[in-house]
Ligand binder design. Structure first.
Ligand code: ADP
Ligand code: MG
Length: 248
């Protein structure tokens, strides 16, 4: 379980990133942060693996303040996948996936078996893809490898920051399905950032709507649709309704 208790964050330049966030992220659920560009979604996500530190309040994982964990070990247990997939260009697919397992000093055979298992899971033939460099992958394939890498050392928590927003709609839909299937298979705590309400409703057990560094509303899709807290939330849902109507 991840808890934000009265969390605020001001950047050194004085920019306010977050204001008084109170939120519980349940284990084995997909929690989605959604809001416009610049609303604070990435900042909020980065508090969890301490790529940014909260300046007020507390962030806790399993009851313990994140600042009390050994930062490196903690990060090995938190998978992280981003839009700019950031595979290391000079390393091939298997080397990219093996980074954290190697830091954790897994045995070679265990790492190899894990690479095969992950490549099968994301639908890429190990024999074909293991030795490829990132430059020899399509955008969708690179994104899948980024997800495999985030899962490699079997982290309990996976953070995903707009991982699909640079992809074409078909690849994106297929990866969204992958995440849903994965979640059922591996039962992880996933925190997923998006600015797309369709994606949020598709993936999220809990949806957190963020605006100007504040958590405006959180709840299930049904809770938010049936009881939107203000006009801003209504606007998001109105977009959803319009799109739905257009398809009918
Ligand atoms: P989002 O992910 O929702 O687009 P961010 O969390 O990246 O939003 O940013 C939230 C706010 O914090 C924005 O106003 C942004 O300009 C500001 N911000 C982000 N990173 C920094 C930084 N390193 N220094 C100063 N301000 C920042
Ligand atoms: Mg962002």
């Amino acid at each position: 379980m991840i808890e934000f208790i009265n969390v605020g964050m001001t950047y050194p330049c004085g920019n306010v990133g977050l204001k008084n966030i109170n939120l519980t992220i349940n284990e084995s659920e997909v929690t989605v942060f959604i809001g416009p560009s610049g609303s604070g979604k990435t900042t909020l996500l980065k508090m969890i693996n301490r790529l940014e530190d909260n300046t007020t309040g507390e962030v806790k994982i399993n009851g313990k303040n994140v600042k009390e964990y050994d930062i490196h070990k903690m990060r090995w247990d938190i998978g992280y996948a981003l839009q700019q997939v950031a595979l290391f260009p000079h390393m091939n697919v298997e080397e990219n996936i093996a980074i954290v397992p190697e830091l954790k000093k897994w045995k070679k055979e265990k790492i190899n078996a894990r690479i095969d298992e992950l490549l099968h899971m994301i639908g890429l033939e190990p024999e074909k893809y293991r030795k490829r460099k990132p430059s020899e992958l399509s955008g969708g394939e690179a994104q899948r490898i980024g997800i495999a890498r985030a899962l490699a050392a079997d982290p309990k928590i996976i953070l995903m920051d707009e991982p699909f927003s640079a992809l074409d709609p078909i690849t994106r839909a297929s990866l969204q399905e992958d995440v849903k299937k994965l979640q059922k298979q591996i039962n992880k705590t996933i925190v997923f950032v998006t600015h797309d309400i369709e994606e949020a409703f598709l993936l999220g057990d809990k949806i957190c709507i963020i605006q100007d560094g504040e958590l405006i509303q959180s709840g299930t899709k049904q809770e938010i649709i049936s009881n939107p807290k203000n006009d801003f939330v209504k606007k998001f849902i109105a977009i959803k309704k319009k799109e739905g109507e257009a398809h009918e």
